[in-house]
Design a protein around this ligand. Sequence first.
Ligand code: GRG
Length: 289
Amino acid sequence: MLENFLSQTREQVSQNIKKSIGNSNLIEEAMSYSALGDSKMVRAALINASGRINKKISDSSLLTFSTGVELIHTYSLIHDDLPSMDDDDLRRGKDSNHIKFGEANAILAGDALQSLAYEIICNESSLEDKHKIEGIRMISKACGKNGMVYGQHLDINAETKKINEQSIENIHILKTGRLIECSVMLGQIGNEDLEEKELMKSFGNKIGLAFQITDDILEVTSSKETLGKNINSDVKNCKATYVNILGLDESIKKSKDLCESAINELKSIKSSEIDLLIELAKYICYREK
Ligand code: GRG
């Protein structure tokens, strides 16, 4: 069930990314190069699966939000790889954007991916204006100065410093967790059952943190070939990670506990559609890449 759902989501979102970006200049080429790379598209899958529980959102709106979030996620990866950030030359199994197109074009491609995400949401005809604004507000808050960007700042600042579990948790929640939680909640736009939305938010918060802990775990247990990115990046940049603060076994336990707790949260929701989200939560926490 999950494999079919994931490949269908990836196919639809990739087609929409291709159509939205176009192919008429070098910046569009640089945007497509990264956005159509080999991504798991976990965030798009979460939006789609969350939307199946919410009867009030159209398939077309779900596809637009999924595409927008994947464009923003790709921008963050392009910028994260820049020499002034993590300085990585490999992403999604190929040269990083700045290696292929040069640093200035990579910055511009990232910027343009971010703007395009908001543009396609504004153009989505099946969304009421109030729901477009709600979605744009949620994404900009998750990604901006008190979300992903600030998490990235704290992450860079923590390099070579000794930090505790609470600090690394805060960095992970901001840098990675907020956009994942936001993805779950974008699928809930229009849902009037506030109790259900609270449960979904808590689910998103937990799997968002678990996603980044699993990322830290894979950095030491997996390979460059499997992940399609360099595995010594955290060591090279003296990054604080869950594994170097808590150890590998404790990190695995933490991710597993978060996954179980997130799934228990979902089980209070009376919908036959929760099974897909449960499968996705397990995939996020026990994935191999
Ligand atoms: C604003 C200049 C500027 C830079 C922004 C905010 C930022 C830089 C970077 C975001 C931080 C970041 C890259 C977090 C890492 C999150 C993470 C684990 C990414 C990998 O996600 P996957 O595994 O990737 O979902 P795929 O390739 O499968 O989509």
